[in-house]
Structure formats: C-alpha cells, structure tokens
Design a protein around this ligand. Structure first.
Ligand code: ASP
Ligand code: MG
Length: 402
C-alpha cells in the first residue's frame, strides 16, 4: 500500500480499447489499497496532428497559441480515461495541468516546471478518488497555458511523484523496459532489470527514446524511483535508481543518434580566442553543440569541427560565416554522419571499453571520424549509412551473440 504515480504515453491510450486497458491497470493498482495519480499523454499521434493543423493555417503561429492548441490533446485523454475508470465502478476525477497545481515559467513550448502545488491533488486523493492529470502542461504567471516540450508528460509524472513523495513512479509505455539496444533493430538486445539515473540520462540524451531526459534529471534530483514498464505485457519493467546491479555488464547500452550535422572550419588563424568567439556566436543563438574537435596548430592555422542537431545546422553555418575573422577559412557542413555511443557506469573502473568498441568498428571496416568520451560514455561519429551495422557490431562485442 502506498502512493503510486502511473504515466501512460500516447500509444497506451490510442483508442477506446487501449483506454479501457489503462483503466484496468489503474483500478487494479487502486484495488490493492494504493492511492493512485495517473498522468496521461494525448492519444496516439494527436499532438502531431494538432501541430499539422496549425501549420496549415499559420506556419509562424505565436508560441502561446501553439501551447493553447497542443494542450488540448491531453484534455481529451484525461476525460476519456476518467470515464473509463468510472465505467469499471471506481471514482475518478480528471484535472488539467493548472488544476493539478503545475506552475511553469513562460517559455512557451519548452516551459519548465517551477512548482507543483499539491493542495487539489491531496484533496481529491483524500476523497478516495483516482486522480487523472493531463501531462505536458501547466500555467504561467499570466495565467496562460504552457507546454513542457515534446515528450513532456514523463516530466509531469515525475514532478507529481516528487511533490507528493510517492513511493513509485511507473512510466507505462509500448515497450517492456529499457534495452541494451533498440530491440527492433538489434536481435539479441537484452532487457535491463535495473539502470542508474546517470546511465539512463546518457541513454535518453543519446537517442534511446523510452524516457524524456528532463524527467530522468528530475527523478535523480528528487530521488524518485522510476519504473519503465509495458502497458500491454504484464511483466516487471526496468527500475531506474541511484545504484543498480551490474549483472556482469560493463556496458549498459548502445545507441544511435542520426540527427547530427558536422560543421568543419579549416584554415583558422591559430591565435587565442578563436574557439571562444566561434562557440559564443553559437551560444548567442541558443545552438547546442555536441562533439568538438580542434586540430593541433600547424603553420599558424588550425581546424575546428563540431556537431549540432540537423535543425540547427543552417543557423550555425550562418552564425560562423558572419564572424569577422573567418576570412579565408573554409566552412563545410556535412549531414551524412551518425553518432554511436556506448553507455555504462562500469567503464569508469574497467579499462578497455574504448578498444573493444573501436575494434568492433574496425572489424566492420567502419571509419571513426570523431570521438568523445565522458566518465560513463564513449561516442563516435561515423558515416550515417553504416550506423545500424555499427550498432549491431558494437552490441555484439559487448553482449555476445546469444
Ligand atoms: N503529447 C505530448 C507529445 O506528444 C506530450 C507527451 O507525449 O509526453 O509530445
Ligand atoms: Mg505523445
């Protein structure tokens, strides 16, 4: 018995049958004596469809109005789920973000949660209601509706779990946990029973699409026990927590991120301040830079290359070309790359992870173009057309071919 927050993604509530299935899971949890708060996303592709509708009318629509529109998707799913729960003979109440106490800043479409005022949630739980909350939304200081950015419902669920000191936050989805690689692409990908916040954060950031990375950040900060679990297959999922058993694993996962462009600047003057000015010009445009490589200076010149997400590549090239010192330096953009990464807390204490990864790529005759590492991850940049083959080979090197 305790307080459990359960979150269901868009595919888990895509149609009437799925909504009833969710109502069944929720009421089963309630029946065991738990208080239950449920957070849901918009049904299926609703959010994408709403965005498409807006584009038809005004591709440059004000972000405030986009948030007003997108937040409507979740209003549909919470009311439908509350009706489904009532149909099963239990009492439910649906609440929009603002009703559930979510205050955010005013960055429309990417708002950050400032506070969850739990008064209403506690009252409804006190009345023995199952509380169904719209994910992905809140309200700012002007009383305007905001949204938290795509995939933001995970963060809504974790925020409620943190604010209510819930015993557990279960993220229900259409996969049955976190895998060592994308199970649709890598045949022997294994389901993990446990993973640390830091590993999950790296995996989420590097392209594994099970959890929104902000939600993992928040779970780590407030020590919320997260479970990634299937809404269709009733087996235990993956626990995300502070420490996790290694199960003899050096590496926890292999990911691919094909959303990357490399920008190379060759023939820069080898004087102090060049890197600073380049990256300051990108920061000023809010462009996030990933892997950075600078060559050793030679004959008074040096080269700098870095990656950004493809959506930012045009702006990045423009920002750099407008720098006064670029002069004769050459700026080249390359969209044919992908980033492959291995993640695992075990590599901090075990040498040889990098060489195992590089050998696997060498055996496939795949050339590494750039490398970057942190304590618990190694990323390489390779040709995009080799990406799936690379993931399979690297995965096999660490997990075998069973
Ligand atoms: N419905 C929103 C989206 O599709 C929020 C979410 O799914 O978490 O991005
Ligand atoms: Mg969605």
């Amino acid at each position: 018995m305790g307080l459990i927050v359960q979150k269901f993604g868009g595919s888990s509530v895509a149609n009437a049958e799925r909504v009833m299935n969710v109502a069944k899971i929720v009421t089963d949890t309630y029946k065991k004596g738990n208080d239950v708060v449920v957070v849901v996303s918009a049904q299926g592709d609703t959010t994408d469809d709403l965005i498409a509708k807006a584009k038809e009318i005004n591709p440059g629509a004000p972000k405030r109005e986009m948030d007003m529109l997108m937040a409507a998707g979740e209003q549909i799913s919470i009311s439908l789920l509350a009706m489904a729960i009532e149909k099963l003979g239990y009492h439910a109440v649906s609440l929009l973000g603002w009703q559930a106490g979510f205050s955010t800043d005013s960055v429309y479409s990417a708002a950050r949660i400032k506070k969850v005022d739990t008064k209403r949630l506690k009252t409804e739980l006190g009345n023995k209601k199952i509380v169904v909350v719209a994910g992905f939304q809140g309200i700012n200081k002007y009383d305007d509706v905001t949204t938290l950015g795509r995939g933001g419902s995970d963060t809504s669920a974790v925020a409620i779990a943190a604010a209510l000191h819930a015993d557990k936050c279960q993220i229900y989805t259409d996969v049955d946990g976190v895998y060592t690689a994308d199970p649709r692409k890598v045949k022997n990908a294994q389901r993990l029973s446990e993973i640390t916040y830091d590993e999950m954060l790296e995996l989420a950031t590097l392209g594994a699409q099970v959890l929104n990375n902000r939600s993992v950040e928040m779970a780590k900060k407030y020590n919320v026990q997260l479970e990634v679990i299937s809404s269709l297959n009733p087996i235990p999922g993956t626990m995300v927590k502070e420490t996790a058993k290694m199960e003899k694993m050096l590496v926890r996962g292999v990911t691919k991120d094909a959303d990357a462009s490399r920008i190379s600047i060759t023939g820069l003057n080898d004087v102090p301040g060049v890197a600073f000015k380049i990256f300051a010009s990108l920061a000023a445009k809010n462009i996030n830079v990933d892997i950075i490589l600078q060559s050793v200076g030679r004959d008074g010149t040096k080269d700098i290359a870095f990656t950004v997400s493809e959506a930012h590549a045009d702006d990045a090239v423009m920002a750099i070309n407008s720098l006064p010192f670029i002069g004769d330096a050459k700026v080249v953009r390359d969209d044919t790359i992908a980033k492959i990464s291995v993640v695992g807390a075990g590599m901090e204490t075990h040498p040889g992870t990098a060489s195992t990864m590089f050998e696997a790529l060498f055996n496939q005759d795949i050339n590494i173009q750039m490398i970057s590492t942190s304590e618990i991850k190694i990323s390489v940049l390779i040709d995009r057309k080799d990406a799936d083959r690379a993931v399979a080979a690297v995965h096999e090197a660490f997990f075998g071919n069973v």
